[in-house]
Design a protein around this ligand. Structure first.
Ligand SMILES: Cc1cc2nc3c(=O)[nH]c(=O)nc-3n(C[C@H](O)[C@H](O)[C@H](O)COP(=O)(O)O)c2cc1C
Length: 284
């Protein structure tokens, strides 16, 4: 398999536009309550939970009772599928993990229904408390795996204190786990990506002091304010927003197999970069 060019992979132009970052400010909490449309998210109150009014099958119960929650949870033990869609043998694995990742990512993009570039990012600050969240992969090459975020968010604070992270992708019967050091991408690279985002997402980046407490009204007000401020003109990248690159030293590929005899090949490199990778098999 020919390894695609750095730039082609970095931009991943075929991916869907961001949709998580800013939906139109159509329903504030108060107007939603007035119209009787979905209002409060679930919240814990003693031994009961207040449900949302979405298509949640328990939403007709207010409050949801502990037995009702237990009944849903009781199905978990029986949830099981046998993995039988593929294999990963030493003989069909690529010699370097980036080519292997490109191959699996291309397949996931074709076959996996939603956001194949969504990955779980785990960080831990100096207190050692791990914290995970989903972010979108926006580029990869032999230098690492790139995502974009707010440089003042919780994850960014963790990364300041401890510039190491783990990424994991879940694609049905496949999983990829990546570990390594984290650096900020150069400002020019963040500028280029920021400029490619839809205008609403660019304004949303300005409006959101990510990970700090805010009301829905305040968030929407700030988005409107920044919308007016920038008018029809250019929306520059905020200093507090940009990319990180996870420079891997370990990448594991997991392929589900029947009877839980899964394939796990882990690539490790003493030095980071395209050379010097070796893989070995791990017990499932
Ligand atoms: C599918 C999906 C994609 C997301 N992509 C990003 C992203 O690329 N960058 C980002 O900062 N947050 C993204 N988020 C939101 C994060 O999961 C998280 O809520 C946010 O970054 C704040 O995390 P923190 O408080 O731990 O820093 C995404 C969430 C989902 C569900």
């Amino acid at each position: 398999m020919k390894f695609p060019s750095k730039r082609a992979i970095r931009l991943l132009p075929h991916l869907r536009a961001l949709s998580y970052s800013m939906t139109p400010p159509s329903a504030s909490t108060s107007s939603a309550a007035a119209s009787g449309s979905p209002a409060s998210p679930p919240s814990a109150h003693g031994d009961t939970m207040q449900p949302s009014t979405t298509s949640d099958p328990l939403s007709f119960q207010t409050p949801i009772s502990k037995p009702a929650v237990a009944a849903v949870a009781s199905n978990l033990a029986a949830m099981r599928i046998d993995y039988n869609e593929g294999f990963l043998l030493e003989s069909n694995a690529a010699p370097d993990p980036f080519t292997q990742f490109a191959s699996w990512f291309a397949h996931a993009k074709e076959t996996f229904a939603y956001e194949a570039n969504a990955m779980t990012l785990s960080t831990a600050g100096k207190d050692g408390q791990p914290s995970s969240r989903v972010v979108l992969l926006k580029g990869f090459d032999e230098e690492g795996f790139v995502f974009y975020t707010n440089y003042e968010s919780r994850k960014a604070h963790d990364l300041e204190e401890n510039p190491k992270a783990a990424l994991s992708f879940w694609w049905g019967q496949r999983q990829v786990r990546i570990e390594g050091a984290v650096v900020r991408v150069p400002g020019t690279e963040s500028d280029e990506y920021f400029a490619s985002r839809p205008r609403g997402s660019r304004i949303g980046a300005w409006a959101s002091a990510q990970s700090t407490e805010v009301s829905r009204e305040e968030l929407e007000r700030k988005a409107v304010e920044y919308g007016h401020k920038f008018g029809e003109g250019e929306v520059p990248r905020p200093d507090f927003w940009g990319g990180y690159r996870v420079i891997p030293n370990r990448i594991e590929f997991w392929q589900g197999r029947p009877s839980r005899l899964h394939d796990r090949l882990v690539y490790e490199s003493a030095q980071t970069g395209a050379t010097g990778w070796k893989f070995k098999r791990l017990s499932p």
